[in-house]
Design a protein around this ligand. Structure first.
Ligand code: ADP
Length: 617
């Protein structure tokens, strides 16, 4: 079952191909052309009625959908066209030869024509003002009614409307000038439409602009005729039909067949916005009905739960819930059905989800409900918080490790100092010296832990400073091994292979810290295996150092994790080996700052080799 989306269905709706429409339109125009041979007045009446019907249709669509529309452009145009159509009806009825207004000659329909076109052009210019604005439709109707009445009065009663056609002479200068002015006004209105294009669907905009363009053309033909039955007059009327046909396509056809491209254009915008957010979100956004059936499933949900949209749609929500949550969920659903209220609405809950692979994931869930018709639906925004939980766990672990690591040397120091004072009292100097040694060893541990903590803080704050100098890495390795000699009771550290000349430009102290850490780890994690091997060799433009032991090793799945701060592998965290899980993290950061790499090869129970590289100088 796919998500049924009324808005996207609108997009898939197909109109006839353009050439079919063009063929039908041309045939209709041709038949209309034939009527000119029979009776020009009939032709004129049919042409005008077409425009009048379209204008009336636009008014009806716009008027009856006005409460849904936020874009009032079409409502304004609709009202204007209603009154323009009224003037055009009178224009048609007053046409020469029809004999409705017997006391008037061809001047009357031409005056009506000019009045109608002025009103139309000005309305098209004003309309964009209402694109993002409220429109008091009743007021607009009253204003247009008054304007129309004034026009008609000025023509029929006061007779002050300028002459437009003079029988025997042809078009009056006023009419010709007016047609040019009207053309310019229409061009201007097309400009404002293009300027405000973002408020319109492209198809609608194209039709509107094309319709205005054809209107301008038709107006130009109307500047040239001598007889109201003449050729230019006929071409002008053909163009008028085409221009209203385009208006019909833009407003009536689109309005009725693709309402989301016209009437609910903003709604479509917000739908698209919503969809792009849902699709790009890393959080799962899932909607369900009151039966708990999934009705929408985004990409985030696919990533977190592993089910594709096809797999999840229509399934019960329990699909992604561990058993222990299912009963509570059913009860909650039942309660919502009876009370029609969502208790947890707006709250964030921590829950667990069940993935397709059967794993549990810690989740943060916020729920909201919405109503469509009489039905209620829910949308949950779900965030995978495994990482945060893992971090929290590691922090807790760290606190317990750190307090243990800090407490052990302090307790030992207290113990030793008591024994020491006792031994001094007894004056057994040799024993006192042993305890003093142990005390300084404990203090060294303590100081190492504190400086590791300081280093991590520096790294996290991006304040790890390097004092670079040029030195030979092999010499530094020699020195470091010598310094560690005291620490490697029972172990032997070999500096193996050819000691290549390996000059680097680096922070000597920090690199020694990395080496010390790797060697001490190798010793610490290989009890009973006395050999630790250090190697150095050249690798392209890098110097590569490795430290190998034959100790407890590290499971493959933990190779990456042990580089994170405070992480300690499962096989060491039972307390046999002291440590806070900071050394490797610091080592990685130091090597990365030097544009080198640190990695490892290790097998559980067999031993480990840690490598790092530094650019050769
Ligand atoms: P610490 O040794 O203080 O725990 P490190 O950051 O130096 O912290 O190391 C992180 C973890 O990596 C250790 O806790 C251990 O689990 C693992 N580890 C590091 N070096 C070795 C090694 N040579 N052999 C086995 N495990 C190691």
């Amino acid at each position: 079952m796919r998500r049924i989306n009324p808005l996207s269905m609108q997009d898939s709706y197909k109109t006839n191909p353009w050439y079919v429409t063009a063929a039908v339109l041309s045939s209709a125009l041709f038949i209309l052309y034939l009527t000119t041979f029979y009776n020009y007045v009939l032709f004129h009446t049919l042409a005008e009625w077409f425009a009048i019907i379209v204008a009336g249709g636009i008014f009806m669509v716009a008027w009856n959908t006005r409460q849904f529309m936020r874009n009032n452009y079409f409502l304004f145009i609709g009202i204007a066209l209603l009154f323009i159509a009224l003037i055009d009806v009178l224009h048609t009825l007053s046409y020469k030869g029809l004999g409705v207004f017997v006391d008037f000659d061809a001047n009357l329909p031409t005056q009506m024509w000019i009045a109608g076109r002025y009103l139309q052009a000005v309305s098209f210019i004003i309309a964009p003002i209402f694109l993002g604005r409220k429109l008091r439709s009743n007021l607009v109707v009253i204003v247009y009614a008054i304007i129309t009445a004034l026009i008609l009065l000025s023509i029929f009663y006061w007779k002050i409307f300028p002459d437009a056609f003079i029988e025997g002479k042809g078009l009056a200068q006023f009419k010709i000038n007016s047609e040019y002015i009207i053309s310019l006004l229409f061009l201007f209105s097309a400009g404002t439409l293009i300027w405000t294009h973002r408020y319109f669907d492209t198809r609608v905009l194209n039709f509107l602009v094309a319709s205005i363009g054809v209107t301008v053309l038709s107006e130009l033909f109307f500047t040239t005729y001598i007889s109201v039955y003449g050729f230019s007059n006929m071409v002008g009327h053909f163009l008028r039909i085409i221009s209203f046909f385009l208006l019909y396509k833009a407003v009536i056809e689109t309005g009725l067949r693709r309402p989301y491209n016209l009437l609910f254009w903003e709604l479509k915008g917000s739908e698209n916005r919503y969809r792009s957010v849902t699709e790009s979100a890393n959080d799962a956004i899932i909607s369900a009905d009151t039966n708990g059936k999934i009705i929408s499933w985004n990409r985030g949900a696919e990533i977190i739960f592993g089910y594709s949209e096809e797999e999840a749609m229509g399934k019960p929500l329990t699909l992604i819930m561990p058993d222990e949550y299912q009963q509570k969920h059913q009860q909650g659903m039942q309660r919502v059905k009876t009370t029609r209220k969502l208790r947890v609405s707006g709250k964030t809950l921590e829950v667990e989800g069940l993935t397709k692979a059967g794993a549990k994931v810690p989740l943060e869930l916020s729920l909201s409900s919405w109503v469509l018709g009489r039905r209620m639906y829910f949308t949950g925004i779900i965030r995978d918080i495994s990482e945060r939980k893992e971090l929290e766990k590691r922090k807790d672990e760290f606190i317990s490790i750190a307090s243990h690591e800090l407490k052990t040397p302090i307790t030992a120091l207290m113990g030793f100092s008591e024994i020491l004072s006792y031994e001094l009292k007894k004056k057994s100097i040799a024993k006192a010296s042993i305890y003093l040694n142990r005390m300084s060893e404990q203090m060294r541990n303590l100081s190492m832990l504190v400086s590791d903590l300081l280093d991590v803080t520096r790294i996290n704050a991006g304040r790890l400073e390097l004092n670079r100098e040029s030195f030979s890495l092999d010499k530094l390795i020699d020195e470091t091994i010598d310094n560690l000699y005291m620490n490697c009771a029972g172990h032997e550290i070999f500096f193996a292979g050819n000691k290549v000349e390996s000059k680097v430009f680096a922070d000597r102290h920090r690199i020694s810290q990395v080496l010390t850490n790797l060697i001490l780890n190798a010793i610490k994690y290989s009890p009973g295996k006395e050999k630790v091997i250090v190697r150095v060799r050249k690798d392209k433009n890098f110097v590569k150092v490795s430290v190998t032991d034959f100790g407890i090793g590290i499971a493959k799945k933990e190779h990456k994790k042990i580089m994170q701060s405070f992480y300690r592998a499962e096989n060491v965290s039972k307390g046999q080996f002291a440590g806070a899980g900071l050394g490797l993290h610091i080592a990685v950061k130091i090597i990365e700052r030097h544009k080198g790499k640190l990695w490892l090869d290790s097998e559980l129970g067999k031993g480990s080799t840690f490598y790092f590289t530094l650019p050769e100088r």
